[in-house]
Design a protein around this ligand. Structure first.
Ligand code: ADP
Ligand code: ZN
Ligand code: ZN
Length: 724
């Protein structure tokens, strides 16, 4: 009697498929196979072997194996199976998410050798306007031993540019230099950082890997030197054969962090983020799977990688909302890291200056160990924070006169200033002062943002854009003006007010060109007086030692939002951006402009003690019966009409109604129409996570059977970050 294997496919299906295992083929869970599927062949992952074949159905045999070892080792497989159930996402898609894209498509798991390039010193001349190619050629020519293709891409150039130079015979492919210049540089220093007394005290409270599973919440104020503590911990505790995982929110924004790790661990550092190409991903994945003793620094999806010797995990800036995937398999990289540590019986360190209320609550209830580091490293002291009420004050580019004066003083003293604006573009809206018309997105229930640089009106919720008009499109009045504040406008005003000082704008528009955040940071890191203007991108993890003044243009956005997480996120952003001030020898000052200077939350902010605010916010969550005191999940539906969306959710409401589970809705989402799709949601809230999970399973199964109107979709989000 041949045995039967149960197989998962990379499809949004909640079912698995049974196949006969041909004689002589030995299969293990997590292994890749080729199977006949319909008229095609598909790539599958073995979930189970020796299952009982369903009676009365003739099964097809597995075609072949792709490799004779499981692509997903046991612990990774368990992690993903757990996550599939916890997040209610189809197992196949969860398992395939842990493979590099090339392997999802069935490519062999073989390392792709890197290409190397060398300047020829001859060839056809470049046209005068080929600036980028010229820059690349100069850059390659500097590397007399040749340079790796992947390093060329990392430096901000493109494959097309390499090809163009090759076609002109200006560069040629070469064999790898015996040792890359980088690895020589990294080998120089292996000394562990010298920790301050406060850092040592915090580090001493971290558990040893021998203690097994353990979650520590390292609450260290901004600039307290958390990164040095991670480095010290890894240096002390990792043996030569151990693997470690360090999760970071957005690697491209903080090249400094990677550089610091490389400085201490050299070639052992491996990076993982969305800007890697397919072969870089495959190569990194293979190193992890082969058990090489890497210290992997990566974004969210690094939590899914197939480690085989993982001994320590670190989640830096654990509060960051980018750890939660917003679509498809909606997992939290942070929470998977904790579960993974539990499976591996090893320690995990969650670090933040502004811990999430979830993690802080876990620390208060004794689930996590709370370690406090409330002193800045080196000679730096925490910044002072003050509120500046801007009611009835004239503003220019969003800045009040006292704020302008503070900037002037900062520059005069040879320091840098950072201006935090919460919106990119020139102004949030264009408004007609005659008829009151505001230009809306034709595809969403939102208004368009005016971008003056390229005179465009853009929707920040879909990809719609249109040319800006001089006059009101409705009544043709010329009193058609920008209202509200965006980064571009503040940049313009500052450039005009401080003509001798460089003004550097950092937002999604200015950094869209790959690698440009690095060049922007170079200017700031020179330490010379300058003004930084930017969005949240500036708040995250940066270390600008010469910034001594931070101005928050307007703090009020999150104070009155319907999203229950908004106040938490507002305070985290404000404290993180404040934390960019005074990280070097000079003291820092933060000025927060607001129209609500008597708001209790903002008043507590001025004391700068995050945990006091967190206590206050937790009380509100408890009285509102909200997470982290309760478990939440949201069913969302989107369709061509709101009626259809509401109907889908109405159909599951009876299923969801059981004792102990509160059901809110269905209601239209905050932005009810987005890219012409009508969106609704149904919120489930309970104190019994196990019941909630069971209910979600049956509801998802039932929804999957349902025949939906054409184009309609539903999804479930467990532990949602956005509840609008
Ligand atoms: P955090 O991540 O906690 O905000 P960082 O790890 O970025 O802080 O450290 C802040 C700054 O303090 C960095 O410039 C770092 O090099 C410096 N620093 C950290 N530890 C020490 C130390 N023990 N002595 C001197 N400087 C330190
Ligand atoms: Zn008008
Ligand atoms: Zn839109």
């Amino acid at each position: 009697m041949p045995s039967t294997a149960r197989i998962a496919l990379n499809r949004p299906l909640r079912r698995l498929f049974d196949y006969i295992v041909p004689n002589g083929l030995s299969l293990k869970p997590g292994q890749r196979v080729k199977i006949p599927f319909g008229r095609q062949q598909a790539i599958g992952l073995i979930v189970d072997t020796d299952v009982e074949a369903p009676a009365g159905i003739t099964l097809k045999p597995v075609h072949s194996t792709i490799e004779d070892w499981p692509a997903l080792p046991e612990e990774t497989f368990q992690l993903l199976s757990w996550a599939s159930n916890y997040y209610q996402h189809p197992l196949g898609e969860c398992l395939f998410a842990a493979l590099p894209p090339a392997m999802r498509r069935g490519r062999p798991a073989i390392e792709k050798a890197d290409d190397w390039w060398l300047a020829c010193g001859s060839g056809v001349a470049l046209p005068a306007n080929a600036h980028k190619q010229k820059a690349l050629l100069d850059w390659i020519a500097q590397h007399t031993q040749g340079v790796k293709g992947s390093d060329i891409i990392k430096a901000g150039f493109s494959r097309q540019q390499i090809k163009a130079l090759r076609d002109k015979e200006l560069v040629r492919a070469t064999s790898p230099a015996s040792k890359s210049p980088q690895s020589q540089r990294h080998n120089e220093s292996t000394a562990a950082p010298v920790l301050s007394a406060a850092q040592l005290e915090a580090a001493a409270q971290l558990p040893s890997p021998a203690d097994g599973f353990n979650t520590s919440l390292l609450y260290g104020i901004t600039g307290s030197g958390k990164t040095e503590i991670y480095l010290h911990y890894l240096k002390q505790n990792l043996t030569a054969s151990d693997q470690a995982l360090v999760l970071v929110p957005e690697i491209n924004l903080t090249p400094q962090t990677v550089a610091r790790f490389q400085h201490y661990f050299g070639e052992r550092i491996l990076v993982w983020h969305s800007a890697l190409n397919d072969s870089e991903r495959l190569n990194a994945w293979l190193k992890v799977r082969n058990g090489e003793p890497v210290i992997l620094i990566g974004t969210r999806s690094a939590a899914l990688l197939p480690f085989t010797a993982l001994k320590t995990l670190v989640v830096d800036e654990e509060h960051d909302s980018s750890y939660k995937q917003g679509e498809g398999f909606r997992y939290s990289g942070r929470d998977l890291a904790v579960y993974r540590a539990h499976l591996n019986r090893c320690p995990v360190i969650l670090g933040s200056a502004t811990p999430s209320l979830e993690s802080y609550h876990n620390a208060l209830t004794g689930k996590y160990r709370l370690i406090r580091l409330e002193e800045r490293a080196g000679k730096a002291i925490p910044p002072t924070i003050s509120l500046l009420d801007i009611r009835s004050r004239p503003l220019e580019g969003g800045l009040s006169r006292p704020a302008m004066e503070a900037i002037r003083q900062t520059l005069d003293s040879g320091s840098q200033a950072l201006i935090f604006v919460n919106r990119r573009g020139f102004a949030p809206v264009m408004m007609c002062f005659d008829c009151g018309h505001m230009v809306e997105c034709p595809r969403c229930d939102t208004r368009l943002t005016y971008h003056r640089r390229d005179r465009a009106m853009r929707c920040h919720h879909c990809d719609y854009q249109a040319p800006a008009t001089e006059t009101c499109p409705k009544c043709a009045s010329e009193a058609f003006k920008p209202v509200g504040q965006g980064t571009e406008q503040t940049e313009d005003i500052l450039a005009a007010s401080f003509p001798d000082t460089p003004v550097v704008r950092v937002d999604r528009d200015s950094t869209q060109r790959k690698g440009s955040i690095q060049s922007i940071l170079k200017q700031v890191n020179s330490g010379k007086p300058c003004i930084l203007v930017g969005t949240q991108m500036l708040a995250k993890g940066h270390d600008f030692p010469n910034v001594t003044l931070v101005i928050v243009i307007n703090a009020d956005g999150g104070l009155f939002s319907v999203d229950f997480r908004a106040p938490e996120q507002l305070i985290q952003t404000l404290l993180q951006v404040s934390g960019r001030a005074g990280r070097g020898a000079k003291a820092g000052k933060v000025v927060v402009q607001t129209c609500h200077s008597d708001h209790p939350l903002l008043k507590t902010l001025c004391h700068g003690r995050y945990l006091d605010i967190a206590d206050q916010l937790l009380e509100e969550r408890e009285s509102g019966q909200l997470p982290p005191f309760r478990a939440m999940a949201i069913f969302r539906a989107e369709a061509d009409t709101m009626e259809q969306s509401l109907k889908i959710l109405d159909s599951i409401k009876p299923l969801a109604s059981m004792p102990g589970i509160e059901v809110w809705g269905p209601l239209p989402a905050l932005i009810a129409r987005r890219a012409d799709r009508h969106r609704a949601q149904l919120v489930l809230n309970t104190n019994n996570r196990r019941n909630l999970n069971r209910l979600l399973t049956t509801t998802c199964q039932s929804l999957e059977q349902e025949r939906l109107p054409k184009g309609a979709k539903w999804m479930v989000d467990v532990d949602p970050q956005e509840t609008g």
